[in-house]
Design a protein. Structure first.
Length: 404
């Protein structure tokens, strides 16, 4: 009976019901579009970092991840080939590669610039680094034992390019100083401006010869799908259980990403509160007007024997039906707009600390859409609580007098 009466009452005043539906649908569609925009931004940022710097997983010593940025060459893995072979056998793993990280000074014959370097396996890194853009020259190859590639910012600071020679000065594992001359074969651009301003990459055998040891700092793992990171992480940790190695996922390695996620999650939480308040205030106004106009009707219902809780239930049922309908319309509108915007794309300028712009889309996630639906329905339901309780507290005589 409540459902039947509530439906009739909503259809009785279609103009007010339509206004409330529009307010709810607008709020839900806004939540879906803004949430999808943020999810797409974080997804694209994550993929850029994975496929230009960190890979999906990294295996190394705990001290390397805790203090490696200051002296990465001090924390090394001696059996990197065996580790690579074991990890490569896991399902979902696309590629494994060793890296030797180091710090030092790079000289162009006139000035020294502090750098962070990486000894890499060029062929394997070529598979991982699909997000790197070569701005000049070419990528490093296995035969480039005296070659190097620089980040765009570092090349600009030194005023060098492909074909130029630079001298690399490092402190070896024993504390001695060692130098080597390299020819620049290419200049690359990644997603991170900060990264490009300080990174040089050379072949792993050249880095090992420079430091006088066949070690690596970390083993990097690239997966077929980012969604499998958690599953492969658990398997990799079982492989390294009982050793002095730890496995880190890409979010843990990239502090910038973790901080960006935290920032956007807080901003989106504030947006949710604002939209929730907008829905509650908009619907509460319509429900208050409806309850006020129907005071005599409620008085008549109670005079005929219906209890006060029946009136409260009727008002709340109307709000619930209104919320469900408005949320459904909002989801439909939001999903349609998201699909249309994703087809067209939104050209975006480079984010802070980035060199590369991107095309934004709206990424729909079932959990986020369901959350928006629940928020709209719950907000509409809650907006009717106060008016419903107020209608129940009006004395029957006073309610009947409202019809005179």
């Amino acid at each position: 009976m409540l459902l039947r009466l509530a439906t009739r009452n909503l259809l009785r005043n279609r103009q007010r019901t339509s206004i409330a539906l529009v307010a709810i649908a607008f709020g839900i569609a806004s939540l879906i579009l803004s949430g999808g925009f943020v999810h797409d931004l974080l997804f694209q940022l994550g993929e850029q970092l994975i496929r230009s710097q960190s890979g999906h997983l990294q295996v190394g010593r705990p001290a390397y991840f805790a203090e490696g940025s200051r002296s990465p060459e001090k924390h090394r893995v001696g059996n990197s080939e065996a580790i690579k072979k074991d990890l490569a056998g896991l399902e979902g793993v696309s590629q494994t590669m060793a890296r030797l990280a180091f710090s030092g000074l790079l000289n162009n014959g006139r000035v020294d610039v502090p750098i962070v370097g990486e000894g890499i396996e060029p062929t394997r890194e070529g598979v991982l680094s699909s997000a790197l853009q070569m701005q000049a020259g070419r990528a490093l190859t296995e035969s480039d034992l005296n070659g190097a590639v620089l980040g765009e910012g570092l090349a600009r600071s030194l005023g060098v390019g492909p074909g130029d020679l630079v001298t690399l000065l490092v402190s070896t594992f024993d504390g001695a100083m060692n130098t080597a001359e390299f020819e620049i074969v290419g200049v690359f651009r990644s997603f991170s401006r900060d990264y490009d301003q300080r990174v040089i990459k050379i072949a792993l055998p050249s880095a090992q010869q420079l430091f006088g040891a066949p070690d690596a700092s970390v083993v990097v793992v690239l997966l077929d799908r980012t969604e499998d990171t958690g599953t492969v992480l658990a398997k990799a940790r079982r492989l390294t259980n009982g050793t002095d190695l730890v496995v880190k996922r890409w979010e843990e390695v990239n502090d910038f990403y973790a901080n960006t996620v935290a920032l956007y999650e807080r901003q989106f939480a504030v947006l949710k509160v604002i939209i929730l308040a907008m829905i509650v205030l908009g619907v509460a106004n319509a429900v208050n007007m409806s309850v006020f106009e129907r005071t005599a009707e409620f008085g008549t219902m109670r005079a005929l024997g219906n209890r006060g809780r029946f009136v409260v239930g009727l008002v709340l049922t109307e709000c619930l039906l209104l919320g469900l309908a408005g949320a459904a319309v909002g989801v439909l509108i939001g999903a349609s707009l998201a699909a249309a915007i994703s087809i067209i794309g939104i050209p975006m300028p480079p984010p802070p600390n980035s060199n590369v712009g991107y095309t934004a889309r709206i990424m729909l996630q079932p959990a986020a859409v369901a959350q928006a639906f629940v928020i709209g329905a719950a907000a509409t339901f809650l907006s009717g609580v106060v008016p419903a309780v107020r209608a129940r507290r009006v004395a029957i005589v006073d309610a009947l007098r409202a019809a005179i």
